[in-house]
Design a protein around this ligand. Structure first.
Ligand SMILES: [Zn+2]
Ligand SMILES: [Zn+2]
Length: 134
């Protein structure tokens, strides 16, 4: 069981699965919406994501949606209409984020040259393939 929250604490959630798959996304959309040079996402089958407190503000575009805390702006989730059973959770909002281990780097096409990348991890030019989680 994993827990997480936004910066101000209005949003709290729980992920009811033992092992988390962390991908690092270097796409421009993640950069602009998250404000960092890249963004860590955890692939979570939707049934394991439980919102415990707060209401997410959802931004929809091009078949995708990103959710944020409407009070502090922390990015919380990302989802695509092509994968309705999957939600990606912003790795930085996890309480035990230090325990996560990145598995791959996605959207290297948009990678910023000054961001170091672990050469031992797989790299994908576009979206990292969704792992089998169940
Ligand atoms: Zn907040
Ligand atoms: Zn991205």
């Amino acid at each position: 069981m994993w827990t997480g929250r936004c910066h101000c604490g209005s949003i709290r959630y729980e992920l009811s699965l033992p092992n988390l798959y962390l991908t690092l996304c270097h796409c421009e959309d993640c950069r602009r919406s998250g404000g960092g040079p890249y963004q860590g996402w955890i692939f979570v089958p939707r049934k394991y994501f439980h919102l415990l407190a707060g209401e997410l503000k959802v931004h929809r575009y091009e078949g995708r949606e990103r959710s944020f805390c409407s009070d502090c702006g922390s990015p919380v989730t990302f989802a695509e209409s092509a994968f309705p059973d999957l939600v990606e959770v912003s790795a930085g909002t996890l309480d035990e984020a230090a325990k996560l281990v990145p598995r791959d780097n996605g959207w290297m096409q948009d990678h910023l040259p000054w961001v170091p990348v672990d050469a031992a991890l797989p790299q994908f030019l576009h979206t990292a393939p969704t792992p089998c989680l169940d």
